[in-house]
Design a protein around this ligand. Structure first.
Ligand SMILES: [Zn+2]
Length: 513
Protein backbone atom coordinates (compact mmCIF):
# COMPACT_ATOMS: atom_id res chain seq x y z
CA UNK A 1 0.00 0.00 0.00
CA UNK A 2 1.29 3.42 -0.92
CA UNK A 3 0.14 6.18 1.51
CA UNK A 4 0.36 9.13 -0.84
CA UNK A 5 -2.87 10.63 0.34
CA UNK A 6 -3.38 11.36 4.08
CA UNK A 7 -6.96 10.17 3.67
CA UNK A 8 -5.86 6.75 2.56
CA UNK A 9 -3.40 6.60 5.46
CA UNK A 10 -6.10 7.44 7.99
CA UNK A 11 -8.38 4.87 6.47
CA UNK A 12 -5.68 2.23 6.76
CA UNK A 13 -5.03 3.03 10.42
CA UNK A 14 -8.72 2.88 11.31
CA UNK A 15 -9.15 -0.45 9.61
CA UNK A 16 -5.89 -2.03 10.69
CA UNK A 17 -5.52 -0.76 14.24
CA UNK A 18 -8.00 -3.12 15.91
CA UNK A 19 -6.46 -6.01 14.01
CA UNK A 20 -2.96 -5.04 15.15
CA UNK A 21 -4.10 -4.66 18.74
CA UNK A 22 -5.90 -7.99 18.68
CA UNK A 23 -2.88 -9.73 17.18
CA UNK A 24 -0.52 -8.44 19.85
CA UNK A 25 -2.92 -9.05 22.73
CA UNK A 26 -2.51 -12.81 23.26
CA UNK A 27 1.26 -12.49 23.06
CA UNK A 28 1.33 -9.90 25.81
CA UNK A 29 -1.19 -11.69 27.94
CA UNK A 30 0.31 -15.16 27.64
CA UNK A 31 3.51 -14.05 29.37
CA UNK A 32 3.18 -15.33 32.90
CA UNK A 33 -0.31 -16.80 32.44
CA UNK A 34 0.69 -20.12 33.89
CA UNK A 35 0.01 -22.26 36.86
CA UNK A 36 2.98 -23.86 38.61
CA UNK A 37 2.74 -27.67 38.54
CA UNK A 38 4.85 -30.20 40.41
CA UNK A 39 4.34 -33.57 38.82
CA UNK A 40 6.66 -36.29 40.10
CA UNK A 41 10.22 -35.12 39.69
CA UNK A 42 9.30 -32.38 37.19
CA UNK A 43 8.21 -28.83 37.83
CA UNK A 44 6.88 -26.41 35.24
CA UNK A 45 4.16 -23.88 34.39
CA UNK A 46 1.02 -24.87 32.49
CA UNK A 47 -1.56 -22.74 30.74
CA UNK A 48 -4.79 -22.34 32.68
CA UNK A 49 -7.96 -20.33 32.99
CA UNK A 50 -10.51 -19.69 35.69
CA UNK A 51 -14.12 -20.31 34.80
CA UNK A 52 -16.85 -19.77 37.40
CA UNK A 53 -14.33 -20.22 40.16
CA UNK A 54 -12.87 -23.45 38.79
CA UNK A 55 -9.33 -23.70 37.49
CA UNK A 56 -8.88 -25.56 34.21
CA UNK A 57 -5.40 -26.53 33.04
CA UNK A 58 -4.29 -27.35 29.50
CA UNK A 59 -3.62 -31.06 29.18
CA UNK A 60 -1.82 -30.45 25.89
CA UNK A 61 0.58 -28.16 27.69
CA UNK A 62 1.05 -30.61 30.57
CA UNK A 63 1.69 -33.54 28.25
CA UNK A 64 4.26 -31.58 26.24
CA UNK A 65 6.15 -30.39 29.29
CA UNK A 66 5.96 -33.72 31.10
CA UNK A 67 7.10 -35.50 27.91
CA UNK A 68 4.18 -37.94 27.67
CA UNK A 69 2.75 -39.91 24.79
CA UNK A 70 -0.84 -39.14 23.77
CA UNK A 71 -3.35 -40.89 21.56
CA UNK A 72 -6.17 -38.68 20.29
CA UNK A 73 -7.97 -41.22 18.12
CA UNK A 74 -11.63 -42.14 18.58
CA UNK A 75 -12.62 -38.80 20.08
CA UNK A 76 -10.66 -39.60 23.22
CA UNK A 77 -7.59 -38.13 24.81
CA UNK A 78 -5.50 -40.99 26.14
CA UNK A 79 -2.26 -40.28 28.01
CA UNK A 80 0.28 -43.04 28.50
CA UNK A 81 2.19 -43.40 31.75
CA UNK A 82 4.63 -46.19 32.64
CA UNK A 83 2.05 -48.70 33.89
CA UNK A 84 -1.27 -46.99 33.38
CA UNK A 85 -3.20 -45.00 30.84
CA UNK A 86 -5.70 -42.28 31.52
CA UNK A 87 -8.40 -41.21 29.08
CA UNK A 88 -10.39 -38.00 29.05
CA UNK A 89 -13.20 -37.24 26.64
CA UNK A 90 -13.67 -33.63 25.44
CA UNK A 91 -16.75 -31.94 26.94
CA UNK A 92 -17.38 -34.96 29.11
CA UNK A 93 -16.88 -35.57 32.85
CA UNK A 94 -15.69 -39.18 32.51
CA UNK A 95 -12.19 -40.39 33.18
CA UNK A 96 -11.02 -43.93 32.53
CA UNK A 97 -7.85 -45.38 34.04
CA UNK A 98 -6.52 -48.54 32.40
CA UNK A 99 -4.00 -50.85 33.98
CA UNK A 100 -3.26 -53.16 31.04
CA UNK A 101 -0.97 -55.51 32.98
CA UNK A 102 -3.72 -56.27 35.47
CA UNK A 103 -6.41 -56.09 32.79
CA UNK A 104 -8.12 -53.53 34.98
CA UNK A 105 -10.19 -50.63 33.74
CA UNK A 106 -11.94 -48.18 36.00
CA UNK A 107 -14.24 -45.32 35.12
CA UNK A 108 -14.65 -42.20 37.21
CA UNK A 109 -16.71 -39.10 36.93
CA UNK A 110 -15.52 -35.58 37.66
CA UNK A 111 -18.09 -33.05 38.91
CA UNK A 112 -17.17 -30.87 35.91
CA UNK A 113 -16.65 -31.71 32.25
CA UNK A 114 -13.43 -31.13 30.39
CA UNK A 115 -13.46 -28.26 27.88
CA UNK A 116 -11.87 -27.42 24.57
CA UNK A 117 -10.32 -23.97 24.23
CA UNK A 118 -8.08 -22.80 21.41
CA UNK A 119 -7.86 -26.38 20.17
CA UNK A 120 -6.46 -27.60 23.50
CA UNK A 121 -8.14 -29.82 26.06
CA UNK A 122 -8.58 -28.20 29.48
CA UNK A 123 -9.51 -30.21 32.57
CA UNK A 124 -10.70 -29.00 36.01
CA UNK A 125 -7.44 -29.33 37.91
CA UNK A 126 -9.00 -29.73 41.36
CA UNK A 127 -10.61 -33.01 40.24
CA UNK A 128 -8.28 -34.14 37.48
CA UNK A 129 -5.18 -33.98 39.67
CA UNK A 130 -6.04 -37.05 41.77
CA UNK A 131 -6.78 -39.10 38.63
CA UNK A 132 -3.58 -37.92 36.96
CA UNK A 133 -1.62 -38.75 40.15
CA UNK A 134 -3.16 -42.19 40.26
CA UNK A 135 -2.44 -42.88 36.59
CA UNK A 136 1.13 -41.59 36.89
CA UNK A 137 1.62 -43.29 40.27
CA UNK A 138 3.24 -40.09 41.50
CA UNK A 139 2.14 -36.90 43.22
CA UNK A 140 0.72 -33.90 41.39
CA UNK A 141 0.48 -30.51 43.14
CA UNK A 142 0.00 -26.95 41.88
CA UNK A 143 0.16 -23.35 42.99
CA UNK A 144 -0.90 -20.06 41.46
CA UNK A 145 1.79 -17.76 40.28
CA UNK A 146 0.38 -15.75 37.44
CA UNK A 147 -2.70 -14.47 35.64
CA UNK A 148 -4.96 -16.93 33.85
CA UNK A 149 -5.72 -16.95 30.11
CA UNK A 150 -9.27 -16.16 28.96
CA UNK A 151 -11.83 -18.96 29.37
CA UNK A 152 -13.48 -20.34 26.22
CA UNK A 153 -15.74 -17.96 24.29
CA UNK A 154 -19.04 -19.83 24.46
CA UNK A 155 -20.53 -18.82 27.79
CA UNK A 156 -23.29 -20.99 29.11
CA UNK A 157 -25.68 -20.14 31.91
CA UNK A 158 -24.60 -23.23 33.83
CA UNK A 159 -22.02 -25.95 33.66
CA UNK A 160 -22.98 -28.39 30.90
CA UNK A 161 -25.31 -31.12 32.16
CA UNK A 162 -23.77 -34.55 32.63
CA UNK A 163 -24.49 -36.59 29.54
CA UNK A 164 -26.17 -39.89 30.25
CA UNK A 165 -26.28 -42.86 27.93
CA UNK A 166 -29.47 -44.89 27.79
CA UNK A 167 -29.12 -48.65 27.93
CA UNK A 168 -30.63 -50.64 25.08
CA UNK A 169 -31.94 -54.17 25.24
CA UNK A 170 -32.53 -57.04 22.92
CA UNK A 171 -34.29 -60.23 23.96
CA UNK A 172 -34.25 -63.39 21.84
CA UNK A 173 -35.61 -66.86 22.22
CA UNK A 174 -33.43 -69.78 21.20
CA UNK A 175 -33.92 -73.52 21.28
CA UNK A 176 -31.90 -73.79 24.50
CA UNK A 177 -33.13 -70.74 26.33
CA UNK A 178 -33.43 -66.98 26.18
CA UNK A 179 -30.78 -64.34 25.47
CA UNK A 180 -30.86 -60.81 26.84
CA UNK A 181 -28.32 -58.40 25.43
CA UNK A 182 -27.82 -55.10 27.28
CA UNK A 183 -25.82 -52.52 25.37
CA UNK A 184 -25.01 -48.80 25.18
CA UNK A 185 -23.18 -46.32 22.98
CA UNK A 186 -20.52 -46.06 25.63
CA UNK A 187 -18.38 -48.65 27.35
CA UNK A 188 -20.26 -50.25 30.21
CA UNK A 189 -17.98 -50.37 33.26
CA UNK A 190 -17.75 -53.23 35.73
CA UNK A 191 -20.96 -54.86 36.84
CA UNK A 192 -22.02 -57.24 39.59
CA UNK A 193 -24.78 -59.80 39.57
CA UNK A 194 -26.71 -61.74 42.17
CA UNK A 195 -29.63 -64.15 42.09
CA UNK A 196 -32.31 -64.34 44.75
CA UNK A 197 -35.87 -65.69 44.52
CA UNK A 198 -35.62 -66.07 40.73
CA UNK A 199 -34.62 -62.40 40.43
CA UNK A 200 -31.31 -61.83 38.73
CA UNK A 201 -29.97 -58.43 39.76
CA UNK A 202 -27.39 -56.71 37.64
CA UNK A 203 -25.65 -53.74 39.23
CA UNK A 204 -23.87 -51.42 36.86
CA UNK A 205 -21.38 -48.89 38.23
CA UNK A 206 -20.81 -46.01 38.10
CA UNK A 207 -23.46 -43.55 36.93
CA UNK A 208 -23.51 -42.05 33.48
CA UNK A 209 -26.22 -44.35 32.19
CA UNK A 210 -29.95 -44.12 32.17
CA UNK A 211 -32.07 -47.25 32.33
CA UNK A 212 -33.52 -46.90 28.83
CA UNK A 213 -36.66 -48.89 28.07
CA UNK A 214 -36.40 -52.47 29.33
CA UNK A 215 -38.09 -54.99 27.02
CA UNK A 216 -41.09 -57.20 27.71
CA UNK A 217 -40.29 -60.64 29.04
CA UNK A 218 -39.94 -63.59 26.68
CA UNK A 219 -39.25 -67.30 27.14
CA UNK A 220 -37.12 -67.93 30.21
CA UNK A 221 -37.19 -64.23 31.15
CA UNK A 222 -40.52 -63.22 32.70
CA UNK A 223 -39.77 -59.52 32.94
CA UNK A 224 -37.01 -56.92 32.91
CA UNK A 225 -37.15 -53.76 35.00
CA UNK A 226 -34.74 -51.19 36.32
CA UNK A 227 -34.42 -49.22 39.51
CA UNK A 228 -33.02 -45.72 39.89
CA UNK A 229 -29.99 -44.93 37.83
CA UNK A 230 -28.21 -42.41 39.96
CA UNK A 231 -24.86 -43.24 41.42
CA UNK A 232 -25.80 -46.89 41.16
CA UNK A 233 -27.99 -48.57 38.56
CA UNK A 234 -29.74 -51.87 38.90
CA UNK A 235 -31.48 -54.02 36.33
CA UNK A 236 -33.77 -56.71 37.69
CA UNK A 237 -34.33 -59.71 35.44
CA UNK A 238 -37.11 -62.01 36.63
CA UNK A 239 -36.48 -65.56 35.52
CA UNK A 240 -39.21 -68.05 34.61
CA UNK A 241 -39.80 -70.66 37.36
CA UNK A 242 -38.52 -73.49 35.15
CA UNK A 243 -35.19 -71.92 34.18
CA UNK A 244 -32.22 -74.21 34.85
CA UNK A 245 -29.10 -72.04 34.78
CA UNK A 246 -27.79 -68.74 33.51
CA UNK A 247 -24.59 -67.12 32.27
CA UNK A 248 -23.57 -63.49 32.22
CA UNK A 249 -20.71 -62.56 29.96
CA UNK A 250 -19.26 -59.33 28.69
CA UNK A 251 -19.86 -59.64 24.99
CA UNK A 252 -17.94 -56.49 24.12
CA UNK A 253 -16.90 -53.35 26.06
CA UNK A 254 -20.31 -51.93 25.25
CA UNK A 255 -22.51 -54.95 25.79
CA UNK A 256 -23.40 -57.61 28.33
CA UNK A 257 -25.02 -60.90 27.34
CA UNK A 258 -27.30 -62.72 29.77
CA UNK A 259 -28.20 -66.28 28.77
CA UNK A 260 -30.97 -68.04 30.67
CA UNK A 261 -31.19 -71.72 29.84
CA UNK A 262 -34.32 -73.82 29.71
CA UNK A 263 -34.42 -77.49 30.64
CA UNK A 264 -33.18 -78.60 27.23
CA UNK A 265 -29.63 -77.62 27.99
CA UNK A 266 -29.50 -79.14 31.46
CA UNK A 267 -30.69 -82.45 30.17
CA UNK A 268 -28.06 -82.31 27.51
CA UNK A 269 -25.35 -81.60 30.07
CA UNK A 270 -25.97 -84.73 32.09
CA UNK A 271 -25.95 -87.55 29.55
CA UNK A 272 -25.55 -90.36 32.08
CA UNK A 273 -27.72 -89.06 34.90
CA UNK A 274 -30.88 -90.85 33.85
CA UNK A 275 -30.24 -93.78 31.59
CA UNK A 276 -33.86 -94.40 30.74
CA UNK A 277 -33.96 -90.87 29.37
CA UNK A 278 -31.25 -91.89 26.96
CA UNK A 279 -32.94 -94.74 25.22
CA UNK A 280 -32.79 -94.38 21.48
CA UNK A 281 -36.51 -93.68 21.21
CA UNK A 282 -36.86 -90.57 19.02
CA UNK A 283 -35.32 -89.48 15.74
CA UNK A 284 -35.81 -86.00 14.30
CA UNK A 285 -35.80 -85.73 10.51
CA UNK A 286 -35.32 -82.22 9.23
CA UNK A 287 -36.09 -81.66 5.55
CA UNK A 288 -34.13 -78.49 4.76
CA UNK A 289 -35.84 -75.34 3.45
CA UNK A 290 -39.53 -75.40 2.37
CA UNK A 291 -42.35 -73.06 1.37
CA UNK A 292 -41.05 -69.71 0.15
CA UNK A 293 -37.49 -70.93 0.71
CA UNK A 294 -36.63 -73.17 -2.25
CA UNK A 295 -33.04 -73.87 -1.22
CA UNK A 296 -30.69 -74.57 -4.11
CA UNK A 297 -32.12 -74.65 -7.61
CA UNK A 298 -30.47 -76.56 -10.45
CA UNK A 299 -31.22 -77.15 -14.13
CA UNK A 300 -34.18 -79.33 -15.23
CA UNK A 301 -36.40 -78.12 -12.41
CA UNK A 302 -34.16 -79.56 -9.70
CA UNK A 303 -35.44 -77.90 -6.53
CA UNK A 304 -33.69 -78.65 -3.26
CA UNK A 305 -36.69 -78.30 -0.92
CA UNK A 306 -38.62 -80.99 -2.85
CA UNK A 307 -35.74 -83.48 -2.86
CA UNK A 308 -35.09 -82.90 0.85
CA UNK A 309 -38.74 -83.52 1.71
CA UNK A 310 -39.05 -86.61 -0.51
CA UNK A 311 -35.99 -88.25 1.06
CA UNK A 312 -37.11 -87.23 4.58
CA UNK A 313 -40.56 -88.76 4.13
CA UNK A 314 -39.16 -91.97 2.62
CA UNK A 315 -36.73 -92.28 5.53
CA UNK A 316 -39.53 -91.63 8.04
CA UNK A 317 -41.71 -94.29 6.40
CA UNK A 318 -38.87 -96.84 6.59
CA UNK A 319 -38.30 -95.99 10.26
CA UNK A 320 -41.97 -96.39 11.10
CA UNK A 321 -42.28 -99.77 9.42
CA UNK A 322 -38.92 -101.31 10.33
CA UNK A 323 -38.13 -99.63 13.67
CA UNK A 324 -41.59 -98.99 15.13
CA UNK A 325 -40.33 -98.47 18.70
CA UNK A 326 -38.58 -95.27 17.63
CA UNK A 327 -40.73 -92.18 17.31
CA UNK A 328 -40.25 -90.19 14.10
CA UNK A 329 -40.50 -86.42 14.40
CA UNK A 330 -40.44 -84.29 11.25
CA UNK A 331 -39.61 -80.60 11.46
CA UNK A 332 -41.81 -80.40 8.38
CA UNK A 333 -43.76 -83.08 6.52
CA UNK A 334 -45.22 -80.72 3.91
CA UNK A 335 -43.95 -77.92 1.70
CA UNK A 336 -43.93 -75.38 4.52
CA UNK A 337 -41.50 -72.66 5.60
CA UNK A 338 -39.97 -73.26 9.05
CA UNK A 339 -37.49 -70.88 10.65
CA UNK A 340 -34.12 -72.37 11.50
CA UNK A 341 -34.38 -71.84 15.24
CA UNK A 342 -37.76 -73.60 15.33
CA UNK A 343 -36.25 -76.72 13.81
CA UNK A 344 -33.84 -77.08 16.73
CA UNK A 345 -36.62 -76.22 19.14
CA UNK A 346 -38.88 -78.93 17.73
CA UNK A 347 -36.01 -81.40 18.08
CA UNK A 348 -35.32 -80.42 21.70
CA UNK A 349 -38.93 -80.38 22.76
CA UNK A 350 -39.37 -83.90 21.44
CA UNK A 351 -36.24 -85.04 23.24
CA UNK A 352 -34.70 -86.36 20.03
CA UNK A 353 -31.75 -88.75 20.21
CA UNK A 354 -30.53 -88.03 16.70
CA UNK A 355 -31.09 -85.01 14.48
CA UNK A 356 -30.70 -85.43 10.73
CA UNK A 357 -30.90 -82.36 8.54
CA UNK A 358 -31.27 -83.21 4.86
CA UNK A 359 -30.05 -80.80 2.17
CA UNK A 360 -28.65 -80.59 -1.35
CA UNK A 361 -25.53 -78.72 -2.33
CA UNK A 362 -24.91 -76.24 -5.13
CA UNK A 363 -22.21 -74.01 -6.56
CA UNK A 364 -22.60 -70.56 -8.03
CA UNK A 365 -20.03 -71.27 -10.72
CA UNK A 366 -21.65 -73.98 -12.80
CA UNK A 367 -18.72 -74.49 -15.12
CA UNK A 368 -16.80 -76.21 -12.31
CA UNK A 369 -19.82 -78.54 -11.68
CA UNK A 370 -18.56 -80.49 -8.65
CA UNK A 371 -20.49 -83.57 -7.58
CA UNK A 372 -20.88 -85.88 -4.59
CA UNK A 373 -22.45 -86.03 -1.16
CA UNK A 374 -21.08 -84.55 2.04
CA UNK A 375 -21.85 -85.14 5.71
CA UNK A 376 -21.39 -82.20 8.06
CA UNK A 377 -20.81 -81.95 11.78
CA UNK A 378 -21.07 -78.77 13.77
CA UNK A 379 -17.79 -77.61 15.15
CA UNK A 380 -16.14 -74.21 15.48
CA UNK A 381 -12.83 -73.73 13.73
CA UNK A 382 -13.93 -74.41 10.22
CA UNK A 383 -12.33 -74.83 6.84
CA UNK A 384 -12.78 -72.19 4.16
CA UNK A 385 -14.83 -74.51 1.99
CA UNK A 386 -17.09 -75.50 4.87
CA UNK A 387 -17.73 -71.83 5.59
CA UNK A 388 -18.82 -71.30 1.99
CA UNK A 389 -21.33 -74.17 2.26
CA UNK A 390 -22.52 -72.90 5.62
CA UNK A 391 -23.11 -69.49 4.10
CA UNK A 392 -25.35 -70.96 1.42
CA UNK A 393 -27.37 -73.07 3.85
CA UNK A 394 -27.62 -70.28 6.39
CA UNK A 395 -28.82 -67.89 3.71
CA UNK A 396 -32.32 -69.13 4.52
CA UNK A 397 -32.14 -66.51 7.26
CA UNK A 398 -32.94 -63.88 4.65
CA UNK A 399 -36.47 -65.28 4.42
CA UNK A 400 -37.07 -65.01 8.12
CA UNK A 401 -38.85 -62.09 9.68
CA UNK A 402 -36.44 -61.67 12.59
CA UNK A 403 -33.07 -61.80 10.89
CA UNK A 404 -31.19 -60.58 13.95
CA UNK A 405 -32.06 -63.76 15.77
CA UNK A 406 -28.81 -65.37 14.64
CA UNK A 407 -26.63 -62.29 14.73
CA UNK A 408 -24.98 -63.05 18.03
CA UNK A 409 -24.21 -66.63 17.16
CA UNK A 410 -20.94 -65.59 15.59
CA UNK A 411 -19.21 -64.73 18.85
CA UNK A 412 -19.25 -65.97 22.42
CA UNK A 413 -22.74 -67.31 22.26
CA UNK A 414 -21.87 -69.49 19.33
CA UNK A 415 -19.07 -70.94 21.39
CA UNK A 416 -21.39 -71.38 24.37
CA UNK A 417 -23.97 -73.22 22.35
CA UNK A 418 -21.47 -75.30 20.46
CA UNK A 419 -19.80 -76.25 23.73
CA UNK A 420 -23.08 -77.77 24.78
CA UNK A 421 -22.70 -79.77 21.61
CA UNK A 422 -19.25 -81.09 22.30
CA UNK A 423 -20.80 -83.67 24.64
CA UNK A 424 -22.46 -85.10 21.54
CA UNK A 425 -19.63 -84.64 19.12
CA UNK A 426 -18.33 -88.18 19.43
CA UNK A 427 -21.83 -89.51 18.73
CA UNK A 428 -22.27 -87.16 15.79
CA UNK A 429 -18.86 -88.19 14.46
CA UNK A 430 -19.72 -91.85 14.84
CA UNK A 431 -23.01 -91.47 13.01
CA UNK A 432 -21.32 -89.49 10.23
CA UNK A 433 -18.71 -92.21 9.82
CA UNK A 434 -21.36 -94.97 9.68
CA UNK A 435 -23.47 -92.98 7.23
CA UNK A 436 -20.49 -92.32 4.97
CA UNK A 437 -19.84 -96.07 4.81
CA UNK A 438 -23.51 -96.79 4.14
CA UNK A 439 -23.73 -94.20 1.34
CA UNK A 440 -20.55 -95.58 -0.25
CA UNK A 441 -22.16 -99.03 -0.40
CA UNK A 442 -25.61 -98.00 -1.56
CA UNK A 443 -25.89 -94.69 -3.41
CA UNK A 444 -24.77 -93.78 -6.88
CA UNK A 445 -23.07 -90.54 -5.83
CA UNK A 446 -19.39 -89.94 -5.01
CA UNK A 447 -18.31 -89.38 -1.41
CA UNK A 448 -16.81 -86.00 -0.58
CA UNK A 449 -16.39 -87.13 3.00
CA UNK A 450 -17.27 -85.98 6.49
CA UNK A 451 -16.72 -82.28 7.13
CA UNK A 452 -17.32 -79.65 9.75
CA UNK A 453 -19.11 -76.35 9.54
CA UNK A 454 -21.17 -73.96 11.61
CA UNK A 455 -24.76 -74.57 10.60
CA UNK A 456 -27.32 -72.71 12.63
CA UNK A 457 -29.82 -75.50 12.27
CA UNK A 458 -27.37 -77.78 14.09
CA UNK A 459 -26.57 -75.17 16.72
CA UNK A 460 -30.14 -75.29 17.98
CA UNK A 461 -30.39 -79.04 18.46
CA UNK A 462 -29.09 -80.41 21.78
CA UNK A 463 -28.43 -83.94 20.58
CA UNK A 464 -26.10 -85.77 18.22
CA UNK A 465 -26.72 -84.20 14.84
CA UNK A 466 -25.46 -84.17 11.28
CA UNK A 467 -26.33 -82.24 8.17
CA UNK A 468 -26.37 -84.25 4.95
CA UNK A 469 -25.77 -82.71 1.55
CA UNK A 470 -27.15 -85.45 -0.72
CA UNK A 471 -25.41 -84.17 -3.85
CA UNK A 472 -25.12 -81.15 -6.12
CA UNK A 473 -28.25 -79.82 -7.83
CA UNK A 474 -25.85 -77.99 -10.14
CA UNK A 475 -24.32 -81.26 -11.36
CA UNK A 476 -26.43 -82.93 -14.07
CA UNK A 477 -25.71 -86.50 -12.94
CA UNK A 478 -26.25 -85.83 -9.21
CA UNK A 479 -29.39 -83.82 -9.99
CA UNK A 480 -31.06 -86.50 -12.09
CA UNK A 481 -30.24 -89.15 -9.45
CA UNK A 482 -31.63 -86.98 -6.63
CA UNK A 483 -34.81 -86.24 -8.59
CA UNK A 484 -35.41 -89.92 -9.39
CA UNK A 485 -37.68 -92.13 -7.31
CA UNK A 486 -34.95 -94.76 -7.27
CA UNK A 487 -32.28 -92.33 -6.12
CA UNK A 488 -34.43 -90.97 -3.32
CA UNK A 489 -35.27 -94.51 -2.16
CA UNK A 490 -31.58 -95.46 -2.11
CA UNK A 491 -30.71 -92.37 -0.06
CA UNK A 492 -33.48 -93.17 2.43
CA UNK A 493 -32.43 -96.82 2.71
CA UNK A 494 -28.78 -95.86 3.22
CA UNK A 495 -29.67 -93.44 5.99
CA UNK A 496 -31.99 -95.99 7.59
CA UNK A 497 -29.26 -98.67 7.56
CA UNK A 498 -26.88 -96.16 9.13
CA UNK A 499 -29.42 -95.36 11.87
CA UNK A 500 -29.77 -99.10 12.57
CA UNK A 501 -26.01 -99.59 12.91
CA UNK A 502 -25.62 -96.40 14.94
CA UNK A 503 -28.42 -97.39 17.30
CA UNK A 504 -26.58 -100.61 18.20
CA UNK A 505 -23.38 -98.67 18.85
CA UNK A 506 -25.20 -96.01 20.86
CA UNK A 507 -27.09 -98.46 23.07
CA UNK A 508 -23.86 -100.35 23.75
CA UNK A 509 -22.18 -97.14 24.96
CA UNK A 510 -25.16 -96.06 27.06
CA UNK A 511 -25.20 -99.49 28.76
CA UNK A 512 -21.52 -99.08 29.71
CA UNK A 513 -21.90 -95.62 31.20
ZN1 LIG B 1 -30.00 -76.57 1.89
Amino acid sequence: MNFRSPKTFLFAVVILLPVLIAASFPLQQSEGNFLRLKFGSKEYDVKYYNKRGSIYISLDDLVKKQGLKVDRTGGKYRIFFANRQISFVPNNPFVVIDTPKEKKKKSYQMPLSSQISGGELFVPVAYAKSFLSSAAETKLTYEFGAKPVAPPMEEKAEAPPVKTFPLSYRIDEKANGTLLRIFADKNIPDFESSLKDNNLRLKINPSGFSAGAPPKGKGMISSVSSSSFGSRGEIVISLAPDFTSYDIIRQSPKSILVTVYNKNLTESKTPSSKKEKWNFNTIVIDAGHGGKDYGAIGPNNTIEKNINLAVALKLGALMKSKMPDVKVVYTRSTDKFIELYKRGKIANENDGKLFLSIHCNSVANRSSAPNGYEIYLLRPGRTKEAIAIAEIENSVIKYEEDKDRYKNLTDENFILVSMAHSAYLRYSEKFAEILDRSFKQRVDVTSRGVKQAGFYVLVGASMPSVLIELGYVTNAKDASYMRSENGQRQYAESIFEAVKTYRKYYEEIIKQE
